[in-house]
Design a protein around this ligand. Structure first.
Ligand code: MLC
Ligand code: AMP
Length: 511
């Protein structure tokens, strides 16, 4: 007997409705894609990729604006059995150069506008195939795919084969590529389908970017596995999101999206009358946002917690029989996920005590791309993954995240690693040292503030430092403020006391 195909695409494909001529995706500019369109277009793109005769396990790196075609490229990569490597459109040349150099993709797909510089980086790194894809269905990728057959047999993959690599920055040094398998992604998608009660007739508003876990996996896999229509919004706009709610049942967003929608008078009980579920994650949802949403809409946001290395780990309950959705908590470990809280000595802590969160489960990634030492560091000898998040579990089993042992700022749902930004600042002429700290922000939740010390005799200007960073780093990593000071506070061991800097600047954006 032949083994069943464990390619994630096969499972997603099996979720398509029987009538392939119904609508799968509807866009902002009123284009409609049927399930048959998805089936045919992914076949053509998969045939194109396979015609390139790439080696097994080839990475397909993609930095393009959000579009349905970009989603189709992701699905076609799975279908053809290659490894998808999504890149945030905000990344600039130094960042892209690192990712391409590290991942050595066989194919790079970029926007027509960026072809000049991206192709140069790609060719220098030995990539032979560089295609373009615009957000208006233009570019060489679709031109080349158009001549291929719209029939394609899904490539045979086992659960342990790689499906995607997601780069996530390290606390020190460069970004690490988290290797996720077909099995990681499918097991998580199936658990979430049941846990969140996906049902016939569900319609998802898809308003998140598709180069990170939240928009690419959690939202997309949910809708596809359930055969649900997606209302596809290329860029989040609170007015458009609210307007779409009268035709939808599910919305997923980072907390900033909820904050921005709450600022709209159009958000009323009437506007959300057909909605079944609002899900938040990727960053802490403030209890005040949770409460304001409940008051305004009558809906209780369901907060969940996850990360690139593990997809989703915990969720507040959907089913009221399992408990209520509690503000300030991320709910229970999902079925199949084991979670423990450990102290500094690595021993498991009793209920209610705060410590490092470690997890195990079929969703936990395979390791960091070509970084066996980093992978070994992040797993305990008995196979638990150290999340770098600090939290506790209460007597009813609700998990709360109270902090992070990793030095990380989460701004509007995007991760900013201080070490990376400080590295760029420290290289600037006249800079002796710097510290980037996260402070509360009403829109983005948290933002970075840079504190910089100049070399003796140097005259540094905060605006110049910001301008220089803007030319080199993704926009969401740029500190919202910069201060030039005489010295950084240090403890007796000589370590910079970031907690003091955070305290000093915590009110910068309040009121
Ligand atoms: C934009 N800017 C940001 C920012 N996004 N600054 C800090 N943090 C951010 N997240 C900057 C822009 O560069 C610009 O700066 C200024 O803010 C105003 O831009 P904007 O027009 O308001 O931004 P907008 O395009 O509306 O984007 C905001 C946003 C976006 C919230 C819609 O950031 C977003 O889509 N966030 C979602 C991220 C996400 O999907 N995360 C999931 C990760 S997965 P200037 O100076 O140029 O004017 C994960 C795992 C899990 O974490 O558990 O899910
Ligand atoms: P990423 O590397 O982008 O996958 O980010 C993962 C990190 O986001 C986690 O390790 C957490 O620190 C954080 N995170 C995700 N969801 C939540 C949440 N609901 N509450 C608090 N932090 C969260």
């Amino acid at each position: 007997m032949s083994t069943p195909n464990q390619n994630l695409f096969a499972a997603l494909r099996a979720g398509f409705p029987a009538d392939l001529d119904t609508i799968a995706v509807e866009t902002d500019d009123e284009l409609a894609y049927s399930w048959r369109d998805i089936e045919r277009a992914t076949a053509m793109l998969a045939n194109l990729l396979q015609s390139l005769q790439l080696p097994e396990g080839s990475r397909i790196a993609v930095q393009v604006e959000k579009s349905v075609e970009a989603m189709l490229l992701y699905l076609a990569t799975l279908r053809a059995g290659y490894v998808f490597l999504p890149l945030n459109t905000a990344y600039q040349s130094a960042e892209i150069e690192y990712f391409i150099g590290n991942a050595e993709p066989a194919v790079v797909v970029c926007t027509p506008k960026n072809f000049g510089w991206v192709s140069k980086i790609a060719f220098q790194a030995g990539t032979h195939n560089v295609f373009t894809l615009g957000d208006d269905r233009t570019g060489s990728l679709l031109d080349r795919a158009a001549v291929h057959s719209d029939r394609h047999e899904i490539a045979q993959r086992s659960a342990d084969d790689l499906a995607a690599i997601l780069y996530t920055s390290g606390t020190t040094g460069r970004s690490k590529g988290a290797m996720l398998t077909h099995g990681n992604l499918l097991s998580n998608a199936q658990v979430l389908k049941d846990y969140w009660g996906w049902q016939s007739g569900d319609v998802l508003i898809h308003a998140l970017p598709i180069f990170h876990v939240h928009g690419l996996f959690v939202a997309l896999h949910g809708a596809l596995l359930n055969g649900s229509t997606m209302l596809w919004q290329a860029k989040f706009d609170p007015k458009k999101a609210i307007a779409a709610m009268s035709r939808a049942t599910i919305f997923m967003g980072v907390p900033t999206l909820y904050v921005r929608m709450l600022a709209e008078p159009a958000l009323t009980r009437e506007a959300v009358r057909t909605m079944r579920l609002f899900i938040a994650g990727s960053a802490p949802l403030l209890p005040e946002t949770f409460n304001a949403w409940r008051e305004r809409t009558g809906h209780t946001i369901l907060e969940r917690y996850g990360m690139s290395e593990t997809v989703m780990l915990t969720s507040n309950p959907y089913d009221a029989k399992l408990g209520e959705r509690r503000a300030g908590t991320v709910g229970f470990p999902l079925p199949g996920v084991q979670l423990r809280v450990v102290g500094d000595d690595g021993g498991e802590l009793p209920t209610g005590e705060i410590g490092g969160i470690q997890v195990k489960g079929p969703n936990v990634f395979k390791g960091y791309w070509r970084m066996p030492e980093k992978t070994a560091e992040e797993f305990t000898s008995d196979g638990w993954f150290r999340t770098g998040d600090v939290g506790k579990v209460d007597e009813r089993g609700y998990v709360s995240i109270v902090g992070r042992s990793k030095d990380l700022i989460i701004s509007g749902g995007y991760n900013v690693y201080p070490a990376e930004v400080e590295g760029y600042i420290n290289e600037m002429p006249g800079v002796a040292e710097s510290a980037l700290v996260g402070v509360p922000h009403p829109d983005f939740g948290e933002v970075g503030v840079a504190v910089v010390v100049g070399k003796s005799g140097a005259s540094l200007q905060a605006e110049d430092i910001i301008a220089s960073l803007k030319a080199r780093l993704a926009n969401f990593k740029i500190p919202k403020r910069c201060f030039v000071v005489e010295e950084l506070p240090r403890n007796t061991m000589g370590k910079v006391q970031k907690n003091l800097l955070r305290e000093q600047h915590k009110a910068l954006f309040q009121g």
